[in-house]
Ligand binder design. Structure first.
Ligand code: PGA
Length: 256
């Protein structure tokens, strides 16, 4: 089964020169590799989106944003709408990332509005859920994730829901070099399938792709994705190094 590998570049590539170097290096690293049927999605900072679309977009590489605002237009200083992103040529958008929840106090109800706005504009949302270290210690991870899903998917039809990608990103694993065991990831995968089956029925539950995110590296790609049967991964730091990122793609593409 083909995998989805998302690169989240976060707030990096500060200068035009740095951006160009990244794009050149990505294309160069791509050349020597044979990627069969994986879908690569690079979520660059929005200021670079147009250039990424022009220089990197191919059948295998789609592009996305890291956030959006749910209103379409108007007096919302500093915000970017789904229609604006779609018009640049983007196809995906990350929503509800733990860093947005932490630094911008975003809730799953905010995420719900954003998911709906993305779907309306024909952008596929990549909705991030996951428990904090404290919630894990307290033994309430499953409840937390369930609530994030129920709120995030509120009033979304089963047809629309099947184009949402969910990324399970334990907050304690993001940026920390700690990762869960593969059976812990599998447990969450099973939990998500159960929740989706209850809301939408099994057919839709089977269509909703679930990724793992948090300190993914080439050496751990097997443990966090192939062993627990995930549909792919969301990669932060390693996506800034095209060579390392494409190693992850290759491992998942070839199932090795
Ligand atoms: P990381 O980030 O791979 O650097 O842990 C993952 C993420 O935030 O999506």
């Amino acid at each position: 089964m083909s995998k989805i590998i998302v690169g989240n570049l976060k707030m990096n590539l500060l200068t035009l020169a740095e951006r160009e170097r990244y794009l050149e290096s990505f294309k160069k690293e791509l050349k020597g590799r044979k990627i069969d049927d994986s879908q690569i999605i690079i979520c660059s900072p929005s200021v670079h989106a147009e250039s990424f679309v022009k220089k990197l977009k191919t059948k295998k590489i789609a592009l996305g944003a890291q956030n959006l605002f749910w209103e379409e237009r108007g007096s919302y200083t500093g915000e970017i709408s789904a229609t604006m992103l779609k018009n640049l040529g983007l196809e995906y958008v990350i929503i509800g990332h733990s860093e947005r929840r932490k630094y911008f106090k975003e809730t799953s109800l905010d995420a719900n509005l954003k998911i709906k706005a993305a779907l309306k504009a024909n952008l596929a949302p990549i909705y991030c859920v996951g428990e904090t270290h404290h919630e894990r210690e307290e033994g309430v991870a499953a409840q937390v994730i369930t609530q994030q899903i129920l709120e995030g998917f509120a009033d979304i039809s089963s047809v629309k829901a099947s184009s949402v990608i969910v990324a399970y990103e334990p907050v304690w694993a993001v940026g920390s070099d700690q990762i869960p065991k593969s059976d812990e990831i599998l447990e969450v995968r099973i939990l998500l399938r159960k929740i989706f089956a209850e809301i939408y029925g099994l057919q839709t539950a089977d269509k909703i792709k679930v990724l793992y995110g948090g300190s993914v590296k080439a050496v751990s790609a097997n443990q966090v994705c192939l062993e627990p049967g995930m549909d792919g991964v969301l990669v932060g730091r390693e996506s800034l190094v095209p060579n390392e990122f494409l190693k992850i793609v290759e491992i998942l593409d070839k199932n090795i």
